[in-house]
Design a protein around this ligand. Sequence first.
Ligand code: AMP
Length: 302
Amino acid sequence: MPSTFLAIGECMVEMAPTGEGTFKMGFAGDTLNTAWYVRKALGQDWAVAYYTGVGMDQVSRQMTDFLNEAGIETGYIRELQDRTVGLYMIQLKDGERSFAYWRSQSAARCLADDPAVLSAAMDNAGLIYFSGITLAILSPEGRQAFFQALKSARQKGAKAAFDPNLRPRLWEDAETMRSCVTEAAGLCDFVMPSFEDEEAYFGDATPSISADRYLAAGAEMVVVKNGPQEVIVATASDRHAFSPAPVSNVVDTTAAGDSFNAGFLAEYLVTMSVTASVAAGARLAGTVIQHRGALVDCLEPA
Ligand code: AMP
């Protein structure tokens, strides 16, 4: 049986403008973006699965069809009778994008409501990937159930990777965000923050300070991204800085962090080389940001 990379979070319907009053429907979300790129970067000896909640309506079915067509397994996804998937709409005004969200009642918010189902999905995974957004959308009880399932899966041998992806507007308050994110980091093998967020919401003065903070919380390895600047990779005993290759034609930085994480983890799972993994993450992110949109078909399947 192949090992499984399991991403957990919220995939949303995306309505992207195509002209005056017309929109194209797609699907996106931070953890989904990473799963989508991991599927392209990892060989077939790895399965890639997504765990979330969806409804039983047509648009939910279209979402799971989309995941399946991308080669992402959906067998554990919770289907809920009385909910549907979240949606966001991109609007353009004078070339600037703004986002409107309808996600407060989305089915994904219930993804941890049945701990047995959550554990069944996690216990089967070789690597569990989630983000601060995954946690933000859960109830306080859901977060505790999530942490319990994660601890138990890790005791059975799963690794865990986490991008704090700090979005205070999704949380009840900033202090809860900081304490949950810190607790989550302490349960993970890989913590992969973007310094811009850490500086803004934890007040870190440098990427090394972010790395120290997550190591002190219990993370095994911290990978701090910082846009075009150095990536810091730190463990308790080691610390290195890597410069991503410069990208001159940056068009859209949507999913830069998500795709970096995918490139890094897919490489690390195979080679366990930090140098090769940072290079793979930066190469993928560097390509993605030269195109519009979150999901850019820029990788040949491995
Ligand atoms: P971020 O989450 O914005 O810190 O970016 C994630 C990764 O995307 C970085 O570690 C880089 O590898 C890549 N990246 C983002 N912005 C740029 C840029 N302007 N030039 C080159 N690489 C970038």
